[in-house]
Design a protein around this ligand. Sequence first.
Ligand code: GTP
Length: 413
Amino acid sequence: MQGKVRRMTWPNAMKRDSLIMPLRLHRPWGEGGPPLPPRCPLPPERRRYFDTFAHLYGMALVAYAGLMMPLFLWLGHPWPVGIVLASLIVTLIARGLHLRGHMAWGAGLLWAVMVVLICEAIRLYGAGVGFEFYVGLALLVLHISALPRACKIVLSCLLIGVVGILLISVHRDMPPASLSPAMATGLLWINLAMMGMLFGGVLMGLEGVTERLERTYRREALHDMLTGALNRRAILSIAERWRRAQCPFALVLLDVDHFKRFNDLHGHATGDAALCHLVNCLQQGLREGDMLGRYGGEEFMLLLPGMTRGAAMTVAERIAALVREQPLALPDKSLGMTVSQGIAAEDEAATLGEMIELADRRLYAAKHAGRDRVMAWDAFETLSPLPDQRIAEGAEACAFSPPRRHDDSVIKA
Ligand SMILES: Nc1nc2c(ncn2[C@@H]2O[C@H](COP(=O)(O)OP(=O)(O)OP(=O)(O)O)[C@@H](O)[C@H]2O)c(=O)[nH]1
């Protein structure tokens, strides 16, 4: 009996691609739609660090304004209220410094105001009412900060030493006379609860940040920075996975016509904008579940699940029309583009490498036949070489003037 071949169904196959983010639509010249967010002055690696630490600043601000200020007011001491107010301001300054890349200064300032608060509270209210718990929080701030390792060790020892001496001296010399035993117990519980909330909040926040960062890293590892399409490694690994799962699909290699000339005529930056614009056009012609990746420079790979060569041909033609009919709109002119495409189906080749080679050969045939066309059959051998004049015409037409129509007779020759 012949072994049963299990073919993966598409909805299941798609679920495994949940990290593949929807492509962002580019508006290279910023016109129309909601305004783009302002550029962040921090480089990405520092931005990530700031995101992690920003949660701590938020928690510190909430703790000062919402918890400590009312607590000290309740205890009837205006002096610590003044310190809390100063801490609020210093924390805001520290956050600003941090956001501008002065990470060690930001973390150091936050830590310093926390230490002043802890020491002053212990001095005023004595040991055993719970202010010493904040030492743990100050140590957490210190150890996740950007300060150098040696600095962290010295400051930790300093903090523990100062607080230890303070606790011993307070306990021995001046027991907190102003607090009744009931008030001291109440304060201890309030501080315990506050610390629990702060630590819980910080840890939950850090977990959320870590998860978010991980998604960002993985997304960046899979996507092309310029266009937002999948990168070469990601698109190839999806194709390989689909092949291993024996999912039928068609592969399209798509290349911008005369892109070198486009760059030479209009500049590299405009070339970049054209690539982003191209990805938007391609995206419009694809279904949900189709995959689009940047295979190299101005060459893209499309994976069309469940499609035969014939069906893929229709999609490729639609895409070619979309690209042709939507020129890149610049403030002073609009520039047309055309693309050539080669198609191969999964059942035509034994390996992914062979499939890509087939699509590449057909792409080359499409280029050779005059560009701005799709090739899905092995017409290459049957095509008579084009005269140089025709190729020159193609080059002229693709110099981003009004584009030419697609020639079916050549495609299906
Ligand atoms: N602006 C810009 N240009 C790129 C990028 N990647 C590759 N290119 C350019 O794309 C051009 C590709 O040129 P060729 O491979 O000669 O192909 P072509 O000019 O498109 O000609 P045909 O493919 O034969 O139609 C090169 O000039 C590259 O510098 C990019 O990210 N941005």
